[in-house]
Design a protein around this ligand. Sequence first.
Ligand SMILES: [Fe+2]
Ligand SMILES: [Fe+2]
Length: 212
Amino acid sequence: MEPRLPSLDDLIIAFDRGLRTVFAPAQSVRPTPGEGLPEAGMSDQERALAAALMRVNHSGEICAQALYQGQALTARSQRAKSALEQAAQEETEHLAWTERRIEELGGRKSLLNPLWYAGSFAVGAAGGLLGDRWNLGFLAETERQVVAHLEGHLGRLPAADGKSRAIVGKMKEDEARHATSAVGHGAAQLPEPAKLGMRLSSKVMTEIAFWI
Ligand SMILES: [Fe+2]
Ligand SMILES: [Fe+2]
C-alpha cells in the first residue's frame, strides 16, 4: 500500500494542535488523581525534586501528544488513525494533571517543550509512513517504556508526596492499557535495536527536562 501523504489541511490542523499542546493549558475530563489528598509537608529540597520529576513527566506527555499526532497524520487505515487519536485524547488528561501538579509544587514546565514536541512529531510522522503494524508497534513499545519510566519515578518521588504519586500511579495504569490496546489493534514487535534507540532518546529528553 502507498504511504498516505497528508494534505495541506491536515498539516494546518496538525500545526494548530501543536501550538495548543505546547502553549495552552490542557483540559481534563476525569478528575485529577489524588485531588482530595491534603498537601504534604515537604522540605524545600523534596518539593524541588517532586517538581523536577513532574516536569519530566509533563514533557513526556508533550512528546506523547506529538508522537500520536504525528503518527495519526500519516497512518494509513482509518482504524489505526482512530486508535491513535483516542490515545492522544487520553494523554491530554495526563498533560493537564502533570501541569497542575507542577504549579501546585511551585515549579515550572520545561523551556524546551516546543523542541520536544517538534522532534517527537517528526518521529511519529516518519513511523506512520512505515505502515500501521509498525506504527502501532512503535506506540506499544513507547507505552511499555513509559510504564517502566513511571515505575522508576514512583521510587524517586518523596514518600510524603501522595498527590504526585497518585497522578503518576494513575498514568502508569493508563499507559499500560494503551500498550495492550495497540497490541490488540495488531502492533508488530519492534526489533531490539529500535527499542534500544527509543530508550536512549527518551533518556536524553528525561535527563535534560529534569534541569531545563
Ligand atoms: Fe500519558
Ligand atoms: Fe499512553
